[in-house]
Design a protein around this ligand. Structure first.
Ligand code: UDP
Ligand code: MG
Length: 330
């Protein structure tokens, strides 16, 4: 089994040499025990770094037979860097891991074992976030809860440390959407998968390349790429305002009929505001739900992947394994 370790790097000059040292030791150990093949490698994806990261990668690739490098044209963000690596490298199994050695690299051996036991996807799951700041821990926690409320199927406390087999990588390739949110998409692919727990360490060196702004962007991406619930909420709000305007109507009528405190002109001014406002938001919501449909359709996500086949091999070729590309007559 050829293993490729994909490592996204953005301004990681302080850690890359140490990371390479540790990955090399690990690969040699795994090759020694016969778990992976000699052709296994480490693929660094330089995400448009502004420091010496790429020069270091080039240098390492000359002195270390395992090291290969991919350079992106500019900084495209962690998710895109990971994806670029996964789509470019070969290998029977691909492990993605951050460069900063926060994720326990000894878990890689367990992931490889799981692969040999027939798993297609092995998720690394953090049990201990004590090294993250309180703020990061709590916002992350809240975010996972919010996502599950919105109906997004995600692995709790899993970042992008995972092993994927060749066929799951090929399945992933068929998601054509531009704004790809890997942590949400990969569980949708299916196949046999499992989780391995580990505790997350301190960053080896340097500072986090995920400032709050980038975190927020990733979080919004997660919600809007998977859920039309925010759009449906507009319909709900419109409906509530609409109903409330009837409540106000009853109140206005009772004031006018049973007391002598009615202010002339108040009801005829205020009531239509609520009433029309309610109808307008409701209409927006209805339009939103159609927009939501178009939005989901425009992604043209593949509908299924075939995991296994038995019997005679009179099967269609590879393109037919997914429902996309088929002519659907309406
Ligand atoms: N990274 C990247 N592009 C970016 C930001 C980060 O490729 O625009 C890489 C970074 O080099 C690291 C990984 O993504 O290997 C995770 O980043 P970091 O450790 O800074 O995030 P944190 O652990 O603080 O969430
Ligand atoms: Mg990190």
């Amino acid at each position: 089994m050829i293993l490729t370790i994909v490592v996204p790097c953005y301004n990681e000059e302080e850690v890359i040499v140490e990371a390479t040292h540790q990955f090399t030791l690990l690969l040699n150990r795994l090759i020694g025990s016969g778990k992976i093949s000699q052709q296994s490698s480490i693929a660094y994806v330089d995400d448009g770094s502004k420091d010496r990261t790429w020069d270091l990668i080039k240098g390492l690739s000359e002195s270390n037979k395992f090291v290969t490098g991919i350079k992106l044209s500019r900084n495209r963000g962690h998710q895109n860097a990971v994806l670029a690596g996964m789509m470019t490298v070969t290998g029977d199994a691909i492990i993605t891991i951050d460069a900063d050695l926060q994720d326990d690299i000894n878990v890689i051996e367990k992931m490889v074992d799981e692969y040999h036991h027939g798993m297609d996807i092995v998720y690394g799951v953090r049990t201990d976030r004590s090294t993250d700041t309180v703020f990061k821990r709590n916002t992350a926690q809240l975010y996972y809860k919010l996502l599950s409320m919105f109906g997004v199927d995600m692995i709790y406390n899993h970042a992008d440390f995972r092993l994927m087999s060749r066929r799951t990588i090929e399945s992933l390739r068929q998601y054509s959407e531009v704004n790809l949110y890997l942590r949400g998409i990969i569980p949708l692919i299916g196949f046999r998968s499992t989780c391995i727990e580990y505790s997350r360490k301190e960053r080896f060196a340097g500072s986090s390349k995920y400032p709050f702004k980038k975190m927020l962007k990733l979080a919004i991406e997660g919600v809007t790429s998977f859920s039309v619930v925010p759009l449906q909420m507009i319909t709900f709000i419109g409906f509530i305002v609409f109903i409330a305007s009837f409540g106000i109507l009853t109140w206005v009528l009772s004031v006018a009929l049973f007391t002598n405190q009615a202010v002339p002109g108040w009801a005829s001014t205020v009531l239509p505001i609520y009433f029309l406002g309610g109808i307008q938001i409701l209409c927006l919501g209805v339009m939103g739900s159609y927009l939501g449909k178009i939005y989901i359709e425009s992604k043209s996500r593949p509908r299924y992947f075939i995991e296994n086949k038995v019997g005679q091999n009179d099967f269609q070729d590879k393109d037919e394994q997914t429902s996309r590309n088929k002519n659907i007559t309406i």
